[in-house]
Design a protein around this ligand. Sequence first.
Ligand code: C2E
Ligand code: CA
Ligand code: CA
Length: 720
Amino acid sequence: MVNPPKSHLLLDIAGFRQFDPTRQAELVSILNNMSAAIYYLDRWGVISFTNRKACQKHPFAEVKGKGFLELIQHWADPNETQRELMQVARTGVPSRAVRERTFEHGVECWFSVDKLPVSDTENQVVGVILVILDITADVEAERALRESEARYKAFIFNSADAIWRYDLCPPVDTRLGIDTQVKQILQRALLAECNDTLAALFDAANADEVIGIPLHRSGSLSGRKHVSTFVEQGYKLDDSEFTRQGGSLDSPKTMQTTAIGIVENGFLTRAWGITRDISSQKRNLDHMEYLANHDSLTRLPNRTLLYSTVENTLQNLPGQNRLMALLLIDLDRFKEINDTLGHRAGDSVLQQLGPRLEAELSEMDGMVARLGGDEFAIFLPRIRNSHQAVVMGHRFLDCLTEPFDIENIRSEVSASIGISIYPTQAQDLSTLMRYADVAMYHAKSALKGVSVYDPEFDPHSPTRLELVGALRRAVREEGLMLHFQPKIDMKSHKVYGFEALLRWNHPVVGMVPPGEFIPIAEKSNMMYPMTCWVMENAIKQCAIWRNQGYDITIAINLSARNVTDDRLPSEVKKLLERYQLSGKHVEMEITESVLLVDPKKAKQVMEEVAELGVVFSVDDFGTGYSSLAYLKRLPVETLKIDKSFVLGMLDDEQDEIIVNSTINLAHNLGIKVVAEGVETDDVYQRLHLYDCDSVQGFFIAKPMSIEVASQWLGSSQWAF
Ligand code: C2E
Ligand code: CA
Ligand code: CA
């Protein structure tokens, strides 16, 4: 580094004459420490001083006495610079911060040049100070910034995504409660920047038209829900999806927004985001999903969708009380159609099948699926009982056997349907499928059309035989017992009788529900001895209670087989005599299905039993299909509305209508009505309002053992 000799300096700064000469050294030190190059020129433009920075480029000795023009030959326009310099010297008017560009050895540099006139005491310009600051780095940074800004603008403006910035005026305090923040954001966020793509979403021509619009007026673009998700997620939205209703002609669009909020000192000041229309991706995805889940020939759900639907339903069951059915349909001799009429005809039959099956399902929840070939499945997620599944099975069968029109030839198909029931038979999908399959093969081989799974059909099920043996032992060796559930008279609100419900305490598996062992008993000639055991114990207990002073009746459930059994009347007579009980204190509950088997025989047996004073009631009324008028021809005094209608009658209008109208119809025919499955006081009150005669259900009491029932009789508010 070359320092200009001090002696010269002192001599040559003529322009600083008014400056205290004793402080010249101080002045020179200041100038030398400045980061700008400083030149002092006399009024003729001759260099007479340079500071240390200037000397770095040209040692003072080289430039002293030269014209400034000589030094700046590589400047963009040296003559112009010289002219300006002379103008300052002439006029005494300073010129500041003029940008000069230089090219030295091919390198571009930028300088900011101040030309400051120096005057003497008479205000005569005696020289000019040039302050030259290298601003190359600043200019480059500015340029880079400008370029990146331009790139950023181009990116934003050409983007197919809507890009936006909302400013919060004033900012929102992030310590406030979420609801308050959401409210304030919606009120205070103003659109500060966006591209035309966003404007288009507002139905505006360009961005200028929408800048300044508050967030709460952005309509479907950002509902309260999104803002609240944004706040909850820490001022972020990640690919949050929403549907935007288009104009009247447009279909709804699926939009996706990603956004980030800027929080400064605990205040949300603005938010940036991108919103894109993903409708077409979504459509593609939906279409792919559709293809993966549907059969291409019939457009019905395929096996994958059926399985996932069943699994989901099983997993999301609200309570265990719900029954479901799986029906497997296999066309009979479908191969013949294919072989004789050709595959196109076969395809046509399969295509016509789907709509037919679906039409049958229209009043009921369910899914029709094609499993492949000529195999279909129907899932019924909500049935009242297995009987209803059988009835549906027959309806499906009927609709399939309607002739098909194939290329002007009328042809017929028949089918076999196997049914499995959840949860009484199978508790998981694969067992449901297997059982429905076993039942379907049984239906096919036995030419039955429709058949419900039975362990008997199933060569792989060891449980049936084992259960039959154990049940036989139970009947013999007192492994059975009765539970008693009270029936309440709605006029007095007091108990008038008990229903005897059979229980089997299996030595290994524990309590077996009657729904599981009664069907087994029915198929193995055990029903009669079992019913005799029930009748004997029920009648005996009723007599005991009556002898203790409780005026109550006993109701006994009969199975279809019992009602057509000649031995029944004499057995009842014998038991009544043995326990000294009048027949009028005994009630027999039968189901409608008994009347379908052999109605003539049933009528005869029932009339003989009725002669003993015993009354009959029809159980599970509403689930079968017999009419009230038909029942009237039998000695029936009461009907029990099935609990499936009563349980949810306050939530299901349909059920409530059935209950109410059944009560009215029955009363018109002189038949009394019992509602079973009363679980709440509300249902109890409503039935009272509808003039129901009596009720039974968990609201009053669950079925109880003899001991518990006896205690209940002595202490309950429902008892005497
Ligand atoms: P059921 O004759 O319709 O008996 C009523 C069933 O509903 C009983 O189930 C009872 O526990 C249940 N129940 C009563 N109140 C309510 C309620 O408020 N809510 C709900 N969710 N359920 C209630 P259980 O004891 O399991 O009996 C099932 C079926 O087994 C009986 O239906 C009946 O058909 C049959 N059964 C029971 N004992 C015998 C019998 O000795 N002989 C014959 N043949 N069948 C019997
Ligand atoms: Ca019953
Ligand atoms: Ca019932």
